[in-house]
Design a protein around this ligand. Structure first.
Ligand code: TXE
Length: 502
């Protein structure tokens, strides 16, 4: 078990290559969701600190070592960052667990995998190139340049704090952007440790990566509206994403949004049943259901419904709740008090709507392995797709089971939702796998697996689940803009009052 000291650790934030307090001198507490106790103090920044960070990021983008650095040197720097994350993966995972209550087994896997993003985008840094474009007029030479968009603001959530920063940071640095990161007020510490253990020793020039810590609207809104910010990359809830998009539009910023989901996990009667049961569990109870890709709507073909539910309940009942820092724990606490209240309120809503609770259905007691913010793995059957429990994101360990007759009905139910982030399909038929994957309106479809992500595969949402893509070569495009250059090697002249066409 990790050591849990009682004295509060004091953090500073990192702006323009220097460690500093908030300009107001204020600090706020961050909590360990397992014990419910505060464990660290974080600077409470405001619009003034945002202004300082934006100016620093702009200076670093405009002059100094960063824009002068070759793409190859940037690639090497990214690989150095990757190496330092590997070195400190264990420690970073421990901080994540203390701050967000996710399982050590999961957070360690995440911090060990995170270097791959920096190796991959480090490798791509000097493959970013424009093109020589054929010209339709004699004497003209035309080409394009791929240039960084400029200063980027990242606003990130509490569910996978470092990983979701890494998904943005690696392609942005590879593209040559500078960055300001506003982490969630619930889970700031791992990013500050990352700055100390990784970014400083990697010798990233001052102003290239800045952190402004603090509350959502107080720090987030001045960041999203600051004139020096050219792009906002946001991961969080759909309502906040809409607000960010609206604010950013006023100054024509580029925006990428990775928002919520209500993903269908569809089980056909020709699947390998035990694999699908395990896939359904991983879809909703892993990470205590606090993932945007949670398979929170389990669509079961009616011919296997009863048998499947029986196996599912039997397996979910075995889940070991407890201290997230212990490797044997399978379900940990909910990360934030508002999230805990939200999950419990949705359990009440589901009961009120007439769904049948066949497992869990409330807080987990100490005897059941729970603690302050624990919700029992909960399964509702008899859900129809019109109910709120089927349509709205709970972001917790609450599964809605919906019956379907055939492929046609499964696709109709899967798509009858505002979201479109992920979907699972369990079948042994290649025809069904390819055809249903094509018809589902979601950014990712997993067949006979669930929750797989990689630096190589684009990730993002259809519909209300977001805009743009993270990961894969495509993500770099979000941090670049194209410049067209025309060079006239011939005589000037011609009619100056008309557009120059060929
Ligand atoms: O997220 P918020 P919350 C979903 C999930 C959850 C709900 C609310 O359903 O129950 O969102 O969670 C910053 N201007 N997801 O309230 O508010 C905030 O400080 C600028 C899905 O925790 O979206 C934090 O850094 N920024 C999700 C970030 O936005 C603002 C992950 C996300 O917080 C702001 C988390 C404002 N006005 C929640 N208000 C996913 N896609 O994985 C807040 N923020």
């Amino acid at each position: 078990m990790q050591d849990r000291p009682t004295k509060l650790k004091e953090y500073q934030t990192y702006i323009d290559g220097k460690w500093c307090d908030a300009s107001s001198g204020k600090k706020f507490q961050t909590f360990d969701p397992y014990t419910g106790e505060p464990w660290a103090l974080i600077p409470e920044c405001d619009a003034k600190d945002v202004g300082t960070a934006c100016e620093a990021a702009w200076r670093a983008f405009d002059k100094g070592p960063w824009p002068a650095m070759s793409q190859t040197a940037r690639g090497k720097l990214l690989r150095r960052i990757g190496g330092l994350i590997e070195k400190h993966a264990e420690h970073l995972a421990q901080i994540e667990v203390r701050d967000n209550g996710k399982l050590m087994s999961e957070m360690h896997a995440q911090t060990k995998y995170l270097p791959e993003w920096f190796y991959y985008y480090g490798g791509l840094a000097d493959k970013i190139q424009g093109a020589v474009v054929p010209s339709d007029r004699p004497d003209h030479f035309t080409y394009t340049l791929k240039e960084p968009v400029g200063v980027c603001a990242f606003i990130t959530p509490w569910n996978s704090p470092l990983m979701l920063v890494g998904w943005k940071l690696a392609p942005a640095l590879a593209a040559g952007c500078t960055v300001i990161i506003k982490p969630s007020e619930f889970t700031t510490a791992s990013l500050l440790e990352f700055m100390k253990l990784v970014i400083e020793p990697a010798e990233v020039p001052p102003g290239v990566i800045n952190v402004v810590t603090g509350y959502g609207a107080v720090v987030g809104e001045p960041l999203v509206t600051h004139p020096k910010v050219a792009k906002v990359a946001f991961t969080g809830g759909t309502a906040t994403g809409a607000r960010v998009n609206e604010l950013a539009a006023k100054t024509f910023k580029k925006v990428s949004l990775e928002l919520g989901g209500k993903s269908p996990n569809i089980v056909f009667d020709d699947c390998i049943l035990d694999d699908a049961v395990s896939g359904a569990i991983s879809g909703i109870f892993a990470a205590t259901g606090q993932t945007c890709i949670a398979g929170s709507r389990l669509l079961l073909q009616e011919s296997i419904h009863d048998q499947f539910v029986e196996k599912l309940v039997a397996m979910a009942k075995q889940a070991r709740l407890g201290d997230p820092s212990k490797l044997e724990t399978q379900v940990g606490p909910v990360t934030t008090p508002p999230q805990y209240a939200k999950i419990l309120s949705y359990i009440d809503i589901a009961k009120g709507e007439g769904a049948k609770c066949v497992l869990g259905g409330g807080p987990a007691t100490k005897e059941e392995g729970g603690g302050k913010y624990f919700v029992k793995p909960t399964i509702f059957t008899g859900v129809n797709n019109k109910m709120r429990i089927a349509q709205e994101e709970v972001f917790g360990p609450v599964l809605s089971v919906i019956k379907f007759r055939d492929e046609e009905e499964a696709v109709a139910i899967a798509n009858d939702i505002a979201y479109g982030l992920g979907a699972g399909i369990w079948t042994q038929s290649v025809r069904r796998a390819t055809s249903v994957s094509k018809r589902i309106r979601a950014g990712t479809v997993w067949v006979n697996t669930y929750r797989a992500v990689s630096f190589l595969m684009p990730f993002g949402g259809y519909k209300a689940s977001g805009l743009g893509r993270e990961n894969g070569a495509e993500a770099i495009e979000g941090y670049l803009q194209t410049k067209s250059v025309w060079i006239n090697n011939g005589p000037g002249g011609g009619n100056p009052f008309i557009m120059k066409t060929s």
